[in-house]
Design a protein around this ligand. Structure first.
Ligand code: FES
Length: 109
């Protein structure tokens, strides 16, 4: 009985470890409690009018936008709308208090 439990625990650990190695995304599972820092500087870009989904978990490979990588975590993308074309500084450190835009918080990471 004890032997079976040990084997299950080792397999679970290995699956999680393999996932982390393959994706190069540590803590991207349902135990993730803090967002990953995608970058320590904002991404400057011009957005056209439309609806966007900002990645709040930091795992997306399409920063600053969601690519679905948050699945299995408690994070969800933040929907926001741009009404007229404008230049923006998108937060990539995920520590901003002005989501989804940079508020300079990356300077104190
Ligand atoms: S991938 Fe980060 S919120 Fe969706």
């Amino acid at each position: 009985m004890s032997l079976k439990l040990d084997i299950v625990l080792k397999i679970d650990f290995n699956i999680q470890y393999q996932y982390q190695l393959q994706s190069n995304k540590f803590f991207t599972n349902n135990t993730m409690t803090k967002p990953l820092i995608a970058d320590t500087k904002p991404q400057l870009m011009t957005l056209k009018p439309g609806k966007y989904y900002w990645c709040s978990c930091g795992s997306s490979s399409k920063q600053p936008f969601c690519d679905g990588s948050h699945q299995g975590t408690s994070f969800t993308p933040m929907e926001f709308t741009i009404t007229e074309e404008k230049k923006v500084a998108m937060c990539l450190c995920k520590d901003t208090k002005n989501t989804p835009f940079c508020d300079g918080s990356h300077a104190s990471l």
